[in-house]
Ligand binder design. Sequence first.
Ligand SMILES: [Cu+2]
Length: 249
Amino acid sequence: MRAFFLTRLLFIHSLRVCAHGGIWNYSIAGIWQPGFFPYYPAEHQSSIQRHWADFRPIYDVSSPYLVCNNPGSGAEKYANVSPGGEIKAYYPGWPHDVGAIIVWMTYCGSQPDACFSFDGSGKNWFKIQEVGLENGTIRNGQWALKDLLASNYTWTTTIPTSLHSGAYLIRHEIIAIHVPFSPEFYPECAHLYVSGSGWERPGEEYLAAIPGVWKANDPSLNLTIYQEPTASKTEWLIPGPPVWRGSIV
Ligand SMILES: [Cu+2]
């Protein structure tokens, strides 16, 4: 009985500490898009999602895997979406409830398949959505990750209405901060082709390089949610550039 109890405790512990997660599937402009599943062999898979090795987070803010996870090698397909189109990302079994979700894009080129040969380098990433602490305290308040859990592990994003057509990487990033002084980054990327007659691209002030945008000593990243004065603060600044929404909101 005791052994059984211990085993269960260990299992729950490992779920909390070691089992993490990521995006398994997407729905893009209403069309279901299976993701790359990290625990199946790559050679039998074909998806719009770049390859990732496992559910573990990235801790190093200078890691090349911060771009599109490990290894982040190219997807086999891309999905079409119009400006204003809706992207849903599904994170089945996502375990953490304190942290932010940021959705980024970067331009690959004008051809629909341009992302296949693009590595995501350069100071060209821009945010199209960010949600951090919405209300309440850092310790107990309403975070983006609580929204994710409350919406059946679904995260919904809209492509900016005026975005110029072309091929783009879309990069969903979870920043989980439940472990003291050890922020966890969970990025996954997918290939998109944005059609339509959009005319705008974000200006310099919206752009960031990945890796590079996060700093290990940023007070929003290097913190413990369990101790004062941080625990009862009601503001948590989302690091990085402002969100680009284009001129039509
Ligand atoms: Cu985790």
